[in-house]
Design a protein around this ligand. Structure first.
Ligand SMILES: *[C@@H]1O[C@H](CO)[C@@H](O)[C@H](O)[C@H]1NC(C)=O
Ligand SMILES: *[C@@H]1O[C@H](CO)[C@@H](O)[C@H](O)[C@H]1NC(C)=O
Length: 696
């Protein structure tokens, strides 16, 4: 066991996280031995399939994985191991220059690494690899030796843990080499999958370079089209906004057609801002300060209500706020918190003898916040600060129970994430939150609750099916997932994160991650393609494309490309024969499903959905059309303005039991959040409220 543990100790943190038990290590080692034993039966000679003959003739004598393991063990110190790796690098068969293609490149490596694979006539995989760095080449040689000669199915069974007994050690496997090593393994697994004959889908994508946007697939073509909007529409919008001094705040997840026009117009009228819902209100205040006399809001109702409330609070009650429709622009997620089930959930929290805090997602109405706060002390959160808020509450108030809601996916993801944190070392946990350690995180898990029936109406986009396809076809790409996506997609991105290939979090976190990876790529002197799977609403793509192109142009790099992949589930897809009159179905762009069905991917031109609410199939977001916007703007400042009464956000002036208006009471949880963001502690008033309600 000690030996197994020692071997395990050479595996970096990330690998261990989801297999914390030493018994697992033992089983794993045994399974490696059996895999390797079965492999030994087939022998480790070079394969002799005809296409590789030339290469083989040049090949150095084969080295077995067992002898590598033995030599590494015998090598002693880290220096000797590194030396051995360099020798292994030399033993790799030469890699043909014409196979050094971008398609064969391994993503997420600091050096250039190429891998290729062939099946010989007895169905065994022969891997080949190369790198421009000697140590990396040595690591590639280890994998080529370990995996060649297996069947594709056997290669797919090999897990990173299986390679632990190679005992490469931390001196050889620095964190960045570890990521590279794991990414090579992932790239090899993908090639084995291809060789096994599995169907690997190609999702639509946008290839973005400094000077071009190259869409792949119908859906992406539609997205790309909107990046270059109709100049006449842009002119009309700029004219009316500037003449009437109208500010415009829009949520990230607008229909891409609308976003395209807004982004272009923003270059000529500065008071247009596209952001997430929190920033929308702050931008509106800045517009008011800059002299805008009204603000148009493109989003769902809780966003315009929020803009109204924050403007009032900032002393701009005279600035008019307009929504884009006379009817309600709802959000099924936000409405979940208005259902009786939600108040029952909070009722149970209030009845619990332990101190309780309700952490409510910012994307809910002021009424929800006000009524919830009356039941249980409430603080709002965003997907960027929810983890810190929850950790802080547990650290600051002994014995507290935290109730999160209403988004079930986000709640479940939060629980998954904290369970993963509970497996980390004390040191890593302290880096995340200074007042926590493994014991305290384990102890809080049973006191974290989340609402279980809050979901978006159209919510399958990143569900189990699409996640499975993604894992198979894009397992070696960069994977991003918003906190609100269903658990499978989230888990996939969490796993990729451990190899430096993924991010989970808010839309801003996703944008920052892509920018950081791109910054690393442009630092390196060679061409690169970064394939990024966009695990969030496709409306985000406008912001990403602009950022990526700005960076590539600034760096003067025409040879670096970012490919943004849109994962699309078949449930989120409808045939083009479907009537767009059914708002729960996607609309009409065409495309092909596996099997040749004509399809429309969920998120096309405002289709599709994430719990973010930018659901394209969300009939509500669609109400924020360009026509609606121009219609509202045309009436502002004219006698027709009277018709806009129904377009104003609800003011919630009706009083609560304590005499305050709903708006004022609903703002309190938001102010608590702002207090928390400023001081990193829950405000004293909130803590006092939490404690006093239990002693009342
Ligand atoms: C295929 O490769 C395996 C393992 O390397 C080897 O044992 C087998 O002889 C090869 N088959 C052919 C036909 O070359
Ligand atoms: C929900 O709120 C977060 C935080 O402001 C924001 O990033 C996200 O875009 C919002 N989603 C919707 C649908 O408003």
């Amino acid at each position: 066991m000690a030996a197994a543990l020692a071997a395990f100790a050479t595996v970096p943190q990330g690998l261990r996280a989801n297999r914390g038990l030493t018994t697992t290590v033992k089983t794993r080692s045994v399974s490696l031995v059996s895999k390797l034993t079965s492999k030994r039966k087939y022998g480790l000679q070079q394969c002799s399939a005809t296409p590789t003959l030339a290469r083989e003739a040049l090949a150095a004598p084969p080295v077995s994985i067992d002898s590598i393991a033995e030599q590494l063990k015998a090598a002693g110190g880290p220096k000797e191991r590194a030396q051995l790796l360099l020798e292994l690098a030399k033993s790799l068969p030469p890699f043909p220059a014409d196979a050094r293609t971008m398609a064969n490149r391994v993503m997420g490596c600091t050096a250039q690494v190429w891998v290729d694979a062939e099946l010989n006539s007895s169905g065994r995989v022969q891997f080949s690899a190369d790198s421009d760095s000697d140590v990396t080449r040595g690591l590639a040689a280890v994998l080529v030796t370990a995996l060649s000669g297996l069947t594709p199915a056997q290669v797919l069974e090999v897990e990173p843990e299986d390679l632990a007994e190679l005992q490469l050690g931390p001196a050889v496997l620095t964190p960045s080499r570890t990521n590279g090593f794991l990414n090579m393994l992932e790239a090899m697994r993908k090639r084995a999958r291809v060789l096994s004959g599995a169907f690997l889908p190609t999702f639509p994508s946008l290839r973005v370079s400094a000077d071009a946007i190259d869409p792949q697939g119908t859906f992406a073509i539609a997205q790309a089209k909107y990046l270059e909007p109709d100049p006449a529409q842009v002119d009309a919008l700029v004219k009316v906004l500037s003449e009437k001094r109208i500010g415009l705040v829009a949520h990230f997840y607008m229909d891409p057609q609308v976003q395209g026009v807004l982004s272009a117009a923003a270059e000529r009228w500065p008071h247009i801002h596209i952001s997430d819902s929190l920033v929308m209100a702050d931008s509106a205040v800045r517009m008011a300060e800059a002299g805008c006399t009204s603000v148009a809001v493109l989003g769902v109702d809780f966003m315009s209500e929020n803009v109204r409330a924050i403007l009032d609070e900032a002393g701009h009650a005279d600035v008019a706020v307009y929504r884009m429709a006379a009817a309600d622009i709802g959000c099924s997620l936000a409405e979940a918190a208005e259902a009786p089930a939600y108040s029952a959930y909070l009722g149970a929290a209030a009845g619990n003898a332990a101190p309780a805090l309700h952490v409510v997602y910012i994307n809910t109405s002021l009424r929800t916040k006000a009524l919830a706060h009356a039941q249980v002390p409430t603080i709002t959160c965003t997907s960027s600060n929810v983890v810190q808020t929850v950790l802080q509450a547990f650290a600051q108030v002994p014995g507290i129970n935290v109730y999160y809601g209403p988004d079930t996916y986000m709640g479940a993801n939060l629980a998954v994430m904290l369970r993963a944190v509970a497996q980390m070392s004390d040191e890593e946990i302290r880096a995340l939150h200074p007042e926590h350690n493994r014991e305290s995180v384990r102890a809080l898990l049973p006191r974290l609750h989340y609402f279980e029936s809050g979901t978006c109406i159209v919510h399958h986009l990143f569900g189990a099916e699409v996640s499975q396809l993604l894992r198979e076809a894009y397992g070696d790409a960069y994977l991003t997932a918003h906190f609100e996506v269903p658990g499978e997609m989230f888990a996939l991105a969490m796993e990729a994160k451990k190899r430096g290939m993924g991010v989970v979090g808010s839309t801003q976190n996703i944008l920052d991650f892509i920018a950081a990876k791109l910054a690393e790529a442009v630092e390196r002197p060679f061409p690169d393609t970064l394939q990024v799977v966009l695990g969030t609403e496709s409306g985000m793509v406008t912001a990403i494309v602009r950022k990526v192109q700005a960076m590539l142009r600034a760096a003067g790099r025409l040879d670096v490309t970012v490919e943004i992949v849109f994962p699309v589930a078949s449930e989120a897809i409808t045939t083009s024969a479907n009537s767009p009159a059914d708002p729960s179905q996607g609309a009409s762009a065409g495309g092909t499903l596996p099997g040749g069905l004509p399809v429309v991917p969920g998120p096309a031109g405002g289709e599709g959905c994430s719990a973010e609410g930018g659901c394209a199939s969300c009939p509500y977001m669609k109400m924020n059309s360009l026509d609606a916007l121009l219609g509202v703007c045309a009436k502002i400042g004219t006698p027709g303005e009277a018709l806009l009464e129904a377009f104003r956000p609800r003011a919630y002036t009706e009083p609560m039991a304590d005499g305050r208006s709903i708006a004022a009471a609903g703002c309190e949880p938001i102010l608590y959040m702002r207090g928390f963001q400023a001081s990193k502690r829950l405000p004293d008033a909130l803590v006092a409220d939490i404690l006093s309600r239990k002693h009342a």
